[in-house]
Design a protein around this ligand. Structure first.
Ligand code: 9WN
Length: 435
């Protein structure tokens, strides 16, 4: 079953793999290495080319800074076909940044811990994988230590993101409330993304002004975490980001126990984990909405919107069974209309929903993959199966696009897959779901 789809998916990953030992998220549109893309890509490769899966992660971790930070883009080449590039981001401003690679000074959801565990579970050669994990795991641990030391300003086990690009869900309508409080300058710059894909499916010029403005503030302070926490107009506790950290903590605990002789690290991880899960459940859950939401640390208020990020905690085993049932009920009521594919990235009943525009509504395969795993874990077999079948259908009808229209009626004569085509994580995670 689905042999042709799997064949095509493998071909995409292999084609997007680069001589530098990493994989492009998408040719032309994204010409470098991205953090969470690399994690999902490694899971895909693990099913048919383990050396590439390992290389992907090794290259990513090779770009780690001395303080444990892992950047969101690693600029392996000098191409100027992406904006903003290395010369804009200037990672060299930070005293502890990598001397070997140019990068951004922001990060992305910390997927690396759970990716190592997924690779271990996929591999038929456990001994070989454990040797590989032993060689890399301390770097991931150092990354988690960075988060708890520098980004948990209230010492409550919840870390902040200071830029919408760190969330991975770049132009989510959730950020509109924040942009309304920021008076960013109007910059003069040349976008590159809109020369590759339809501008109406991407963030607006004004949104890019905000994106650049926050980076300028961070650069003025040489990417100091303390200064960023004090000054960035965007400072958010994101349920998707924090759920990824918690999921990865759990994986590191399991893997260190398997390796043995790492009691101190296990103890520390368990401490972080306990505090994180407790605060996550008390601070980020909205009883009335019946799901998890974002918290705006800068303006000290919850951002009460439902997005696909609201359900990601299922993947990280964060809610108890009762709460999970409430969440599934919210999801099915708001997002589960049979005329829609699961799972839209933003609440389809909201006036801010836009089914074609990037993170303002379309379905994304990485979020579906997490949802599928989370629902399965909590015993929601039928809904999990629907997520899986919807994912397959979207790709079968349209191709391996970056994101997809959630409305069934939109699919047919015209294509309703949007953004870049032959998109790596859509290929990688489909391979995983079908294996
Ligand atoms: C900025 C690479 C990345 C993904 C993000 C997605 C998009 C970049 C952009 O592409 O963001 O990081 O230029 O729009 O939103 O999740 O990692 O695929």
């Amino acid at each position: 079953m689905h042999e042709n789809l799997i064949k095509k998916a493998k071909h995409i990953l292999t084609e997007n793999y680069q001589p530098g030992g990493f994989t492009l998220p998408c040719k032309n549109l994204y010409p470098f290495q991205w953090l969470w893309d690399s994690g999902f890509i490694a899971i895909g490769f693990a099913h048919f080319d383990m050396p590439k899966a390992k290389q992907e992660i090794s290259t990513l971790l090779d770009a780690q800074w001395e303080n444990g930070f892992i950047p969101h883009i690693i600029f392996h080449t000098d191409t100027d076909t992406y904006f903003p590039g290395a010369d804009f981001h200037r990672s060299d401003l930070h005293p502890l940044s990598s001397k070997k690679y140019k990068s951004t000074g922001m990060t992305q959801p910390p997927v690396t811990g759970f990716v190592l565990e997924e690779m271990y579970n996929i591999s038929p050669d456990k001994e070989d994988l454990l040797t590989f994990i032993e060689s890399e795991i301390d770097k991931v641990y150092a990354n988690h230590r960075y988060f708890y030391q520098h980004r948990d300003i209230n010492k409550e086990g919840l870390v902040y993101i200071y830029h919408n690009w760190e969330s991975g869900t770049d132009n989510s309508p959730i950020w509109d409330d924040i942009w309304a409080t920021v008076d960013s300058p109007r910059y003069d710059f040349k976008r590159r993304d809109t020369s590759h894909v339809d501008a109406s499916q991407r963030p607006s010029k004004r949104e890019y002004d905000h994106y650049l403005h926050i980076i300028e503030i961070a650069k003025q302070h040489n990417y100091s975490d303390e200064k960023i926490a004090e000054l960035s107009p965007f400072l958010v506790q994101d349920p998707l980001f924090n759920a990824m950290l918690i999921k990865s903590n759990e994986s590191l605990i399991k893997l260190y126990k398997r390796i043995g002789n790492n009691e101190d690290k296990v103890r520390q991880l368990e401490q972080w984990q306990q505090l994180s899960i407790t605060s996550f459940n008390s601070k980020l859950y909205d009883e009335e909405l019946g799901c998890y939401i974002h918290y705006d640390l800068r303006n000290n208020k919850p951002l009460r919107y439902i997005s696909s990020s609201s359900f990601a905690p299922l993947f990280a085993n964060i809610p108890d069974k009762e709460r999970a049932a409430e969440m599934v009920n919210t999801m099915m009521t708001k997002f589960g209309n049979p005329e829609q594919y699961l799972c839209a990235s933003f609440d389809p009943t909201s006036e801010r929903y836009n089914p074609k525009q990037y993170w303002r509504g379309p379905v994304w395969i990485n979020l579906n993959w997490m949802l599928y795993k989370g629902l399965t874990q909590y015993g929601y077999k039928n809904i999990a199966e629907r997520v899986k079948q919807d994912t397959i259908a979207l790709i079968e009808i349209n191709g391996f696009y970056e994101y997809f229209d959630a409305r069934k009626e939109a699919h047919g004569e015209v294509r309703a897959g949007y953004g870049g085509n032959d998109f790596s994580w859509s290929a990688a995670l489909l391979i995983d779901m079908l294996s």
